[in-house]
Design a protein around this ligand. Structure first.
Ligand SMILES: Nc1ncnc2c1ncn2[C@@H]1O[C@H](COP(=O)(O)OP(=O)(O)OP(=O)(O)O)[C@@H](O)[C@H]1O
Ligand SMILES: [Mg+2]
Length: 269
């Protein structure tokens, strides 16, 4: 029963690049419909994790089931169930939004008869119907990101991977992306795994987050539970991030001192 609710399950998932262990024996379980955030400093292994889960990169050791399929032995079926919006822009700037969507619809084997309707639905969903026939090069950053979400939706995936979906966006464009991600989870029951360096984003958007450092998951839970767990009065997710990531390793004494001071202050009221 609980098995069918699990949509991502990794066991000892590991990826090495020469001497670097980018992802180090990660065991992770994500349920259908979750908005799950992968946090961690630069080089922590977030993108490498996503690349393995999307079958773009084979693991060195370990396994993962995505949508019930083995990422190595059943990679084609995994690809059929997921969509991936990479860290770097993936839409073609020389085409219009409509043309980009048509290209993806063909690539993903959307039946010819359904293409126009699906494209219009996707454009409407992200609020780009009116700009559909403008060349993407003239779009703002927020419009490009929304187009990329539309591209990811064209084959109706069960699971969406977003690598830093709001980098470079202004606060309003960022909120618009959040709103669309929430809608996907709430209305379509889609599972979303995203990475971000914005703790506020993770806090408002994600039901659960995992913090990665040097390839390992060092903490996992709801933002509220993680904040409670570090023993800092009025902790924010920034404190949690610092506690479980490189900041702690690089200035361990200072951070613990800070924590202690805060605890004392909290006790004294
Ligand atoms: N193709 C590659 N070849 C060699 N090393 C790589 C490759 N891809 C990633 N790495 C290394 O693996 C580690 C993890 O990188 P990764 O891109 O997964 O981190 P990240 O958490 O996504 O970082 P960022 O927040 O900067 O995007 C880094 O040390 C990186 O240099
Ligand atoms: Mg990355």
């Amino acid at each position: 029963m609980s098995k069918s609710l699990t949509i991502i399950e990794t066991r000892g998932l590991t990826r090495r690049f020469g001497d670097v262990t980018a992802v180090d024996a990660v065991d992770l379980s994500i349920s259908t419909g979750e908005i799950f955030g992968l946090l961690g400093p630069n080089g922590a292994g977030k993108t490498t994790m996503i690349k393995m889960l999307t079958t773009l990169l084979p693991p060195t050791t370990g396994t993962a089931l995505v949508a019930g399929f083995d990422i190595e032995r059943e990679s084609a079926r995994v690809r059929g169930a997921i969509a991936y919006v990479p860290q770097l822009v993936s839409a073609d700037g020389s085409l219009t939004a409509y043309e980009n969507l048509l290209l993806f619809a063909r690539l993903y084997g959307v039946p010819r008869k359904e293409r126009e309707q699906r494209i219009n639905e996707a454009l409407e969903f992200v609020g780009l119907l009116e700009s559909a026939h403008r060349v993407v090069r003239g779009y703002s950053g927020g419009m490009v990101r929304r187009l990329e979400i539309a591209l990811a939706l064209i084959h109706r995936p069960r699971l969406l991977f977003l690598d830093e979906p709001t980098v470079g966006l202004d606060p309003l464009a960022r909120q618009s992306v959040w709103q669309h991600v929430r809608l996907l989870a709430e209305q379509y029951g889609m599972t979303v795994l995203l990475t971000t360096h914005f703790m506020e984003e993770a806090d408002t958007l994600c039901g659960r987050v995992a913090i990665m450092n040097r390839g390992r998951v060092t903490a996992i839970g709801t933002p509220a539970a993680l904040k409670l767990g570090i023993g800092v009065a009025e902790a924010t997710l920034d404190h949690v991030f610092a506690h479980y990531s490189g900041a702690q390793l690089e200035s361990e004494g200072n951070f613990h001192e800070l924590t202690r001071t805060r605890r004392t202050l909290a006790r004294l009221g």
